[in-house]
Design a protein around this ligand. Structure first.
Ligand code: GLN
Length: 509
């Protein structure tokens, strides 16, 4: 079996009915990962550990346990530390690193009985938009192996889209769940900052980093998020709220809605800045047709404005590198990770270990970050960026006085070709324009499959995602709207043609 496109909820039902065992699901996922190695999505598996966890899940079911996710396979972005599988963060710096503990998100999914089958490739320390910055090679897009899967959770999105596993974890600092979900035609949600614990998530930019699920549907995301989220005393920025049942919230009928018009009364704001003239026409058309579908389901579209959205790029690309330069100072060749083999004094040990361990993009950001935090520049850059960040959040607050959700594209284009951006990091930064605003404001955002951009000459039709942004802690409403859309459409059920490993390696790449 080369792919399995059933979702989490389907697999959970089959497990509950006893028509499949957790061991069978885990074995099949491991076999697919082996067969699809050329996709580049998988960094590590450990069959004996996975099968032992699957057997434990089967035993729990036999003993009468009915937890929804018990026995369903899952894979983790390699930015979450795990005790039983190595963790690299996509960096040479952490090659061979084995953590003494599990990240909270991993621990919570594990306690719920999900069976970890793999660690998945990502951009180095989650810095990137195409998964081309991993020290372990790029990941390919399952729809077209010559294109990127998006980043930085590219391995997670590709693994789900290719049917290796029904769900995976990801992290989103400036778009890294939403954008790869969009590029790979799957569903992903970045919750409100503080919903998922960052404990054990290797830090990139601490005030922005947030974990979330990538899966085939809003329903599957809701099932995972209910387990992943929740207060954790080990993360000082974790939101102190009771645990949420997002699946129940997703299914709860909203005010005034009827079965035929489940989104009756929902006001969706369209910021004019999200539909610039420069937006690729195929993306704009696809997003607009999904918006018409939401209208048919009862939603009303209203015009809103995020006047400072375009400043998100400079603001984010100051704040994120500033925090990264500080977070990554712990990788010094002494306490963690790679240590140079060359001798010398302490200073040269630091310098050589870091020069050898980090890749180009990471070094670039450490240098920018150190610069903007340095004496004399702090006020001019970092402090200015913090002030603008607040103003961007204020713009959202103003929008939410006249709408319940905000919608727009996830990215200005479909997935680009591997290598297309060459040596131009700014080209990738600019492509983050629609995901950064919600990240800076700490708001929840989703990418929901919205259709396909027609094939260009010799190419394949490529998936396009619709971005939905909610107010703080309003994940239930976001998931409700996405679920209604998915009940009325089948974009999320499409999957790439089943590829053989050779084809996945990309004749055209
Ligand atoms: N593309 C953005 C960056 O390169 C976002 C990455 C992320 O969300 N981890 O920083």
């Amino acid at each position: 079996m080369n792919a399995d496109f059933t979702g989490v909820a389907d697999q959970a039902r089959a497990l509950a009915a006893g028509t499949v065992s957790a061991r069978e699901l885990a074995q099949a996922a491991l076999a697919r990962m082996e067969a699809q190695r050329p996709l580049g999505a998988v960094l590590a598996t450990r069959a004996e550990f996975t099968l032992a966890r699957a057997d434990a899940a089967d035993a729990r079911r036999r003993a009468g346990e009915t937890a929804a996710l018990l026995g369903v396979p899952v894979a983790h972005k390699d930015i979450f530390v795990t005790r039983n599988l190595p963790t690299t963060a996509g960096s040479r710096m952490l090659d061979g690193y084995l953590s003494p503990f599990d990240a909270t998100v991993v621990e919570r999914l594990d306690s719920a009985g999900m069976v970890t089958v793999a660690k998945l490739n990502c951009d180095e320390f989650a810095m990137g938009s195409g998964n081309e910055n991993s020290a372990y090679g790029p990941v390919r897009n399952p729809w077209d192996a010559a294109r990127v899967p998006g980043g930085s959770s590219g391995g997670s999105a590709a693994a789900v889209a290719a049917g290796l596993v029904a769900a995976a974890t990801g992290t989103d600092t400036g778009g890294s769940i939403r954008q790869p979900a969009s590029f790979c035609g799957i569903t992903g949600i970045k919750p409100t900052y503080g919903v998922c614990s960052r404990y054990g998530m290797i830090a990139f930019a601490s005030s922005l980093d947030q974990a979330g699920p990538l899966a085939r549907s809003a329903e599957d995301c809701a099932l995972l998020l209910s387990v992943m989220g929740g207060f954790d005393p080990r993360d000082a920025t974790s939101a102190q709220r009771p645990d949420q049942d997002y699946h129940a919230a997703m299914l709860t009928p909203r005010e005034g809605a009827s079965g035929a018009r489940p989104l009756q009364g929902l006001r969706i704001g369209l910021p004019r800045e999200f539909f610039p003239t420069a937006l690729s026409a195929v993306v704009a058309d696809t997003v607009r047709s999904a918006l018409r579908e939401l209208e048919r389901l009862g939603a009303t579209l209203v015009d809103v404005s995020l006047p400072r959205a375009e400043l998100s790029i400079p603001v984010y690309y100051l704040i994120a590198p500033a925090e990264a330069s500080s977070n990554l100072s712990r990788f010094d060749g002494v306490k963690f990770g790679h240590r140079t083999a060359e001798g010398g004094d302490l200073m040269s040990l630091y310098k050589k270990s870091r020069a050898e361990g980090f890749g180009e993009e990471v070094k670039r950001r450490i240098m920018i970050g150190t610069y903007v935090l340095s004496h004399g520049y702090y006020d001019a850059y970092y402090l200015q960026a913090q002030k603008l960040r607040r103003m961007i959040a204020d713009d959202f607050r103003a929008c939410f006085s006249s709408c319940d959700l905000i919608a727009g594209p996830v990215a200005p284009t479909v997935a680009w070709a591997l290598g297309e951006q060459g040596d131009d990091p700014v080209a990738a930064y600019l492509a983050d324009i629609f995901t950064l605003p919600a990240s800076l404001a700490g708001l929840p955002g989703m990418s929901v499959p919205a259709g396909f951009a027609p094939a260009t000459a010799g190419g394949t039709p490529m998936p396009v995602g619709l971005q939905l942004i909610g107010n703080y802690f309003d994940e239930g409403r976001l998931l409700h709207a996405a679920h209604a859309l998915q009940r009325a459409t089948d974009w999320h059920l499409r999957h790439p043609p089943q590829t053989t490993p050779d084809a996945a390696a990309g004749g055209r790449a």
